[in-house]
Design a protein around this ligand. Structure first.
Ligand code: HEM
Length: 501
């Protein structure tokens, strides 16, 4: 049934759209009020069917596309993995367009308590018995103080970011170049993980893991620990039923990763004394602070870079020689004008580099799933209709469908390198949502936007700069990976032949 709210008599409008409903006000919209289509199927069986379709039978994009087709709606009821026996309630309302999705970014409308990973929460035993900052709703007092602590960490690392990034990623390029020279190709992921872990340790804590008991084991320890938290929503590409039973049916027991976590914890505990001092002043125990620092460095930062840099390499790699030449020209000429030196300020003078990074974040957002529980009854608007959501219902957003919404972005499925360039391009930044908030807004202690938003954009630009400072062009091969990004194999790198700074 569909009818425009604004056609209703005022007294009925007040019932359909009461005061607490703030997504759209009565009379503001002429869109029809529709029931949310879709169904959850039979208990247990419906959730398993959706899970198998999501991971194996259809794949995640097709899973949502087929439901949009079937129900002729971009707001749909569905189950989301993992379902039984890991999540007690897999039922969500999926928001699959750029207009309805942003309700998930508004913490006055959705509760972000324990929803980082979706309909289940990993055991607290994986994080020292504490609920980490990323699982706290801003209404919980601890959220603000822990986020302030992360802001302190970021502030104190400011001057170290650029030099440490340059040196850690110089090692990455040496490794990749050597392998390509010897074997004709090099995988990007392992050297990226080593570079990212070393860079984050040095920039945040001034500590080189290689000089400690951790040695070069950091990335593999973190990967194992991440798997224990994220396996319910990953596929490892094993045969279907083995993959499903192993990863999606029961939580992997935390004790199997305890020793690995302890090694990481000891490293961060010994390296982060100055942040722990600050934490104590703020009334946070050294122990809780340290678990949070580990989580921020390894889950938020390391995993983010681990996923996003291969995404950038993939899209820029596919962009081809012409794009590579334009990037190299822009980067080298700006650095030359600055006397051959890179600085934070001159990064601002590279509009194509900036746009390319934003475009990669748009076309393949590194964190594709977002969850939040309706804090109150809401009316949510898609492009075509308005839907009523009840307090307590779980909302889920599939971000790639929001940032590739053809009603918002022209040629939405295409990687358009200069999309965000110039005045018109910048107007689109408010629709770029990778950080769990519009790119035009700031992260604060009161919202749930990524604390490292500006750092991520900076290091991503730095990566592009370092790449094209050295090379004119490169070629890649792609495969699938469990954590969203593609396995990127670099098959050729052409050393800078024209003017270098
Ligand atoms: C490419 C890298 C990164 C990506 C893609 C990323 C993405 C995100 C996203 C999507 C969220 C919101 C998750 C949700 O609530 O649903 C988030 C939260 C967060 N991120 Fe990042 N992030 C990255 C790097 C970093 C870095 C370098 C830091 C370092 C400070 C960081 C710190 C945080 C923190 C502390 C939160 C929780 C914020 C809160 O609870 O208010 N992230 N990040």
């Amino acid at each position: 049934m569909a009818f425009p709210i604004s056609d209703l008599p005022t007294e009925i409008r007040a019932v359909v759209a009461p005061q607490s409903v703030t997504v759209c006000e009565p009379g503001e919209t002429r869109l029809p009020l529709n029931q949310i289509p879709g169904d959850y199927g039979l208990p247990f069986i419906g959730a398993i069917k959706d899970r198998l379709d999501f991971f194996y039978n259809e794949g995640r994009d097709e899973f949502f596309k087929s439901k949009i087709q079937k129900y002729q709606s971009t707001v749909i009821r569905t189950n989301m993995p993992p379902g039984p026996f890991i999540a007690s309630n897999p039922k969500v309302i999926a928001l699959l367009d750029g207009k309805s999705f942003p309700v998930l970014l508004d913490v006055s409308k959705v509760e972000k308590r324990d929803v980082l990973t979706g309909t289940y929460m990993p055991s607290r035993d994986l994080t020292g018995g504490y609920r980490m900052l990323a699982y706290l709703d801003p209404s919980e007092p601890k959220h603000a103080s822990l986020k302030q602590l992360i802001f302190f960490l970021l502030k104190s690392s400011r001057d170290k970011v650029l030099p440490q990034f340059e040196s850690c990623y110089a090692e990455l390029f040496e490794t990749v170049e050597k392998e390509v020279g010897e074997k004709g190709k090099s995988s990007f992921e392992p050297p990226n993980e080593q570079a990212a872990f070393k860079f984050l340790s040095l920039a945040f804590f001034g500590s080189n893991p290689a000089d400690t008991k951790l040695g070069v084991d950091g990335p593999s320890l973190v990967n194992k620990w991440l798997l224990f938290q994220l396996h319910p929503i990953l596929s490892l590409g094993l045969p279907k039923y083995i993959d499903d039973i192993l990863l999606h049916t029961f939580p992997l027991p935390a004790f199997l990763v305890k020793k690995d976590y302890k090694r990481l914890y000891d490293f961060f505990y010994e390296s982060s004394g100055f942040v722990q001092d600050e934490a104590e002043k703020m009334g946070i125990s050294r122990e809780e602070a340290c678990h949070n620092l580990l989580f921020t460095a390894c889950f938020n930062s390391f995993a983010g870079i681990k996923v996003f840099f291969p995404i950038m390499v993939k899209w820029i790699g596919r962009g081809g020689g012409k794009l590579h030449t334009e990037l190299a020209q822009e980067i080298r000429s700006v650095i030359k004008l600055n006397g051959g030196k890179l600085s934070m300020a001159i990064m601002e003078q590279m509009p194509l580099v900036k746009s390319v990074v934003y475009e990669a974040l748009r076309i393949e957002p590194p964190v594709p799933y977002m969850y939040g529980k309706a804090k109150k009854d809401l009316l949510i608007e898609s492009h075509a209709a308005v839907y009523e959501v009840k307090e307590g219902e779980m909302l889920f957003g599939y971000q790639p469908f929001a940032t590739k919404d053809p009603k918002i972005f022209e040629r939405a499925e295409e990687f358009v390198p200069d999309r965000f360039k110039g005045e018109d391009g910048e107007k689109l930044l408010k629709y770029l949502l990778w950080s769990n908030g519009p790119e035009t807004e700031h992260t604060t202690a009161a919202n749930k936007q990524c604390a490292g938003k500006d750092l991520v954009v900076l290091v991503s630009r730095l990566f592009v700069v370092e790449l094209f400072r050295r090379y004119d062009t490169f070629e890649i091969e792609l495969g699938e990976a469990s954590l969203g990004a593609a396995v990127t194999i670099i098959t050729s790198l052409k050393r800078g032949s024209f003017e270098r700074e």
